[in-house]
Design a protein around this ligand. Structure first.
Ligand code: HEC
Ligand code: HEC
Length: 227
């Protein structure tokens, strides 16, 4: 009995080790092979948008789980200088750093449309970031007021719980608070006019700063990692 028990233990341990050894190279190879991830790392996207598009720096947007068609259109506009946005704290347009990374000073793209397509296809499949906890706790009443306002003014385009937008429109649930506020204000102030952003103008035109903050309080705390 003792012998059988021991050999069972040894066998199980050996099996677990074999599985582990086999699993490591397969996992690593799989990750290495994804051309989207490779291009994302090589083209310095990771420096600003974080590992797997989930840990963007400063008030930069997270990209994991974003709509692929939307992302492609935005990258194209940023590279073409059509999406500039309001000046950041350095006084440069918000997208200037990204444009500088992807376009030479002579205006030559450093990245091909094919590479962009592979990157956004990979990003769209990544698990979205978990919400960043707020600096100060947000009262439950404020979150529900934000939700109410969202349902009334934004849901028709950005979808249920801000997760199921119309085709080619952005997912705005779980996005970073500061980024949401900046973009809504930029669209309102016509500092961001590229793509389909004009469609939003009528809706955001009358929003107060407090209402914009309230919407961002609600949207930034939606957890997209829970289905
Ligand atoms: C130097 C920093 C930097 C680099 C490098 C960079 N980005 Fe960005 N990216 C930004 C910033 C900042 C914005 C937001 C601009 C704004 O507020 O208007 C942005 C916006 C975007 C958007 C639009 C997101 C949205 O929700 O509207 C996409 C998509 C994107 N970047 C993809 C990429 C990809 C792919 C790469 C690499 C090929 C890349 N970025 C490289 C800083 C960067
Ligand atoms: C008529 C449709 C429509 C309505 C209503 C609408 N949006 Fe949008 N929204 C869009 C579209 C389309 C875009 C992408 C614009 C582009 O192509 O650049 C957008 C972009 C955004 C962005 C920027 C996303 C990013 O990743 O950069 C935010 C934030 C946003 N909307 C919030 C809201 C909020 C909050 C409301 C309600 C107060 C709202 N929108 C109402 C259509 C709409």
């Amino acid at each position: 009995m003792k012998f059988r028990l021991n050999s069972l233990v040894i066998f199980t341990t050996a099996l677990a080790m074999a599985v582990a050894i086999a699993a490591v190279p397969v996992e690593a190879a799989k990750k290495k092979r994804d051309p989207g991830k490779r291009a994302y790392m090589r083209n310095t996207c990771i420096a600003c948008h974080g590992r797997n598009g989930r840990g963007a720096m400063l008030d930069y947007p997270n990209l994991a789980g974003q709509d692929a068609k939307y992302m492609r259109a935005q990258i194209k506009d940023i590279m073409a200088g059509k999406r500039t946005g309001s000046p950041d704290p350095t006084g440069n347009p918000r997208s200037a750093g990204m444009r500088g990374a992807l376009v030479t000073p002579e205006g030559e793209p450093r990245i091909t449309p094919e590479q962009i397509k592979t990157i956004v296809a990979w990003l769209a499949k990544q698990t979205p970031a978990a919400p960043t906890p707020p600096e100060k706790p947000i009262a439950a009443e404020r979150i529900s007021a934000g939700e109410k306002l969202y349902k009334k003014k934004c849901r028709s385009c950005h979808g249920k719980k801000a997760m199921k937008p119309l085709k080619g429109y952005p997912v705005i649930a779980g996005q970073k608070h500061a980024y949401l506020v900046t973009q809504i204000k930029d669209i309102k102030a016509k500092a961001r006019t590229n793509g389909k952003s004009k469609l939003m103008l009528a809706t955001v035109k009358k929003l107060s700063d407090d209402q914009i903050g309230m919407l961002a309080d609600y949207l930034s705390q939606i957890d997209r990692t829970k289905k």
